[in-house]
Design a binder for this molecule. Structure first.
Ligand code: NOJ
Ligand code: NOJ
Length: 739
């Protein structure tokens, strides 16, 4: 019987030509041994307290008794979820295709409730730290954390911790006995509290009211949370040491909280300190209020140059607008085009449909069909998709519109056969094996208000995606693709109504598809991988912030096996510097940045006996970074004028005067700033930067008006020598504006 069946099948195949059904070349699959890039990963965000109660003995710990609500009716108290619970569900996550879990901040949160309007609030979400060096007792012990990491790694899953160094916990400036008064502890020992802060470990500037003002957002309290002064030598050292304790546990990534609320310079120096001895990925939360957020450009420069990728709030809005609120597919396409032009490392963005700070998708549009389409889009577009826990179970609670805290229900079902679960599973497998989805360009191929057909391409690797969010059949005429001629099966196996497609012969990488009808509410995905290329093709270098001695991970195709022709180069102008190879696989190389590479934006290249790859830009810093706060006095400005800093080091922009003033797009490597001021400080301005340690620099401030006109300080350059290497001490320098 069997031979006959296969003969019949073979005949069928012959009649339609070869069907490209799968992914012939195994490519750079996500790996727990390689954490610098998440381009092939599928992330899953867990609110630890709301996922699964794996250990009931930690539900109501003695030291913080009363913060647990077994009835799960006060949404602001602990409900029992913990690290043992996440560990218990590891197979469920693995089978869904999750390769990285992002968990709530793991650090010890307040033990005494903050009572608002008579309702006790606990730090069940993890963002109300009291001791960054101690695990939160409701989540588990250090050994529970170790067990979680081991279980995750055994299942091929990375662990990303949320980390919130911007602040401690709620403080009421008028009432020192409110909650814990923002108190900070150092492995159990009291350090300071908001009203007992003789050494200035906190900012005391009141709460943020103008969320678009750089000074307010960085130097005032976010909500009522006691805002840490990160450049205080103690706080800086404490935050470095605390994070090191967690990273020593083999953590694979960090989600930095509230990055908009800390200075660029302190954060880059902090990241540099992390990256010098950890192989991991850092992404941060820069909340954007909309498509025209006034700090959008700051967010782009932060993502490009700080070593922290950002969560893609811009695209998030477009996804919700298109699939959630019925706006046109052009909204999505415009968002892809804009962010694709603005972010230098757009493939490092972390994309999402919803999270713990906004209503879940089904609360804004209770239509599972549209959720599936949004998921199909998320899993095939540039960036690392991050699913909010329970999305695959259609979890939502719509009380008061479903915002915080109702977007954080207890996870209550674990059904592995939902359409959403299956969808993620299939597209995760594709994402991990398809370089086009990891590094590829994005091209719109066919669009109207309801239909979006787009293509991702990396060299000859191609994925074509078609989505119809309307309730009607759509006639697709004049569609072209870079898929080679042939017939392709739907990578979703018809899960969302997809089917085969046949590509005809065309020219110039534009192959026609005969007109066809795309059904209502359907999504389909076709994929092609060519054979392994003879010459290397470089898709990723990470991290993009690096320096001599640091490890860098290169991913792509055609690297072959290590032999006497295998090289990695860092190129600077006409010179090239050969890197030291740590490991070499066909699709992944680890190397260390060689001595002598001059600081600057440098081009990494892979060379083999088969040829030379394309290059990939990375920022090579001059040395260990230290935060340095610059202040300029007497810098009077006209209406609309901003003050920037420039100077003679790469980290000082090499005397660039380029800024976003005058309607420019975000300027990679431009002058630093703008500096901030406030009433009572003006005409003084300040700016925290990240500079190489033990280095003499020359600098000046410039004023830039709203048309982009530059006024230089007069006189000679200012000079300053940054703090000694290894001292760990942040620096500061104050000058008077020279007319
Ligand atoms: C952003 C987090 O995502 C949010 O949930 C938290 O309350 C604030 N930052 C403060 O940490
Ligand atoms: C050009 C500026 O005009 C000058 O003021 C500045 O000192 C130099 N760049 C840097 O040497």
């Amino acid at each position: 019987m069997k031979p006959k069946v296969s003969l019949v099948l073979a005949a069928l195949f012959l009649s339609v030509g070869a069907i490209f059904a799968g992914t012939p070349t195994a490519t750079t699959a996500a790996s727990v041994d390689s954490n610098a890039s998440y381009k092939g990963d599928v992330c899953y965000q867990i609110v630890t307290d709301r996922f699964y109660d794996g250990d009931t003995t930690n539900n109501n710990p003695a030291q913080s008794a009363g913060l647990y609500d077994s009835s799960q009716s006060n949404w602001k108290l602990y409900w029992g979820g913990d690290w043992a619970g996440i560990q218990a569900k590891m197979a469920y996550l693995r089978d869904m295709g999750v390769t990285a879990v992002w968990i709530s901040p793991p650090v010890d949160n307040i033990d005494t409730a903050a009572v608002y309007n008579g309702v006790p609030n606990a730090g069940y979400h993890g963002y109300w730290a009291r001791d960054f060096k101690t695990p939160e007792e409701h989540f588990g012990s250090w050994s529970d954390f170790d067990n979680l990491i081991s279980a995750a790694h055994a299942n091929g899953i990375k662990v990303v911790i949320d980390w919130a160094p911007n602040h401690t916990s709620p403080a009421d400036v008028n009432n020192a006995s409110f909650a814990e008064d923002g108190a900070l502890y150092d492995a159990g020992n009291f350090v300071a509290s908001y009203s007992n802060d003789p050494n200035g470990y906190f900012h005391h500037n009141g709460g943020i009211t103008n969320w678009d003002d750089r000074y307010e957002t960085q130097y005032k309290n976010l909500a009522d949370l006691a805002d840490l002064e990160q450049t205080s030598p103690f706080v800086n050292q404490y935050l470095e040491d605390a994070l090191d304790l967690w990273l020593a546990k083999d953590v694979d990534g960090i989600r930095m909280d509230a990055v908009k609320h800390m200075t660029f310079g302190w954060q880059r120096a902090y990241n540099d300190n992390i990256l010098q001895d950890n192989d991991l990925y850092i992404f941060g939360e820069w909340y954007l209020g909309g498509y025209t957020d006034p700090l959008y450009d700051d967010n782009v420069r932060f993502a490009d140059e700080s070593g922290t990728a950002v969560l893609d709030f811009y695209l998030n809005r477009a996804i919700r607008d298109s699939f959630g609120y019925g706006q046109s597919m052009y909204t999505l396409d415009n968002a892809i085009t804009k962010t694709g032009g603005d972010y230098k490392y757009k493939e490092n963005l972390v994309t999402f449909i919803d999270n713990h700070d906004m209503p879940r998708f089904l609360s804004i549009n209770n239509d599972q069909g549209q959720l599936h389409l949004a998921l199909a889009f998320l899993m095939t577009v540039r960036g690392t998709p991050c699913l909010y826990y329970g999305t695959e179970q259609y979890l939502h609670n719509d009380t008061n519109g479903g915002g915080d805290p109702y977007n954080r229900p207890m996870m209550n079902s674990w059904n592995q056969s939902t359409t959403a679960y299956q969808l993620v599973n299939k597209l995760s497998a594709l994402k991990q094996n398809q370089p086009a989805l990891q590094y590829g360009d994005h091209q719109q191929r066919w669009i109207n208000d309801d239909v979006y057909i787009y293509e991702r391409q990396f060299y000859d690797n191609v994925v074509l995606v078609a989505i119809n969010k309307s309730a009607s059949w759509q006639n697709i005429t004049g569609l072209y693709t870079a898929l080679p001629p042939g017939t392709y099966s739907d990578q979703l196996n018809g899960l969302l109504g997809g089917h085969n497609i046949t590509v005809n012969n065309g020219s110039g990488g534009n192959n026609p598809i005969s007109s066809w009808w795309l059904g209502p509410g359907r999504a389909m995905v076709w994929s092609y991988n060519p054979p392994e290329p003879a010459a290397p093709q470089l898709g990723s270098a990470a991290p993009t912030l690096t320096r001599t001695g640091n490890t860098i991970t290169l991913e792509g195709l055609g690297f072959g096996t290590l032999n006497s022709n295998s090289r990695v180069y860092f190129k600077a102008g006409g010179s090239q510097y050969q890197a030291n190879i740590v490991s070499w696989e066909t699709h992944r190389i680890k190397a260390t940045v060689p001595a002598g590479v001059p600081s600057g934006l440098r081009q990494v290249q892979v060379v083999t006996g088969g040829g030379s790859s394309n290059t990939y830009d990375v920022m090579v810093l001059a040395n260990e970074q230290v935060p340095v706060t610059f202040q300029v006095n007497n810098a009077n400005t006209g209406w609309g004028e901003q003050v920037y800093l420039t100077g003679d080091a790469y980290e000082l922009s090499n005397w660039s005067t380029a800024t976003t003033s005058g309607g420019n797009n975000p300027v990679f490597g431009g002058a630093l700033g703008p500096a901030v001021t406030y009433s009572g400080f003006y005409p003084s301005w300040q700016l925290t930067t990240s500079l190489p340690c033990g280095t003499a620099v020359q600098f000046k401030f410039i004023k830039v008006d709203s048309s982009g006109n530059v006024t230089w300080e007069g006189g000679g350059n200012h000079s300053y020598t940054t703090p000694a290497c290894g001292s760990g001490a942040p620096g500061s320098v104050t000058v008077n504006w020279q007319n």
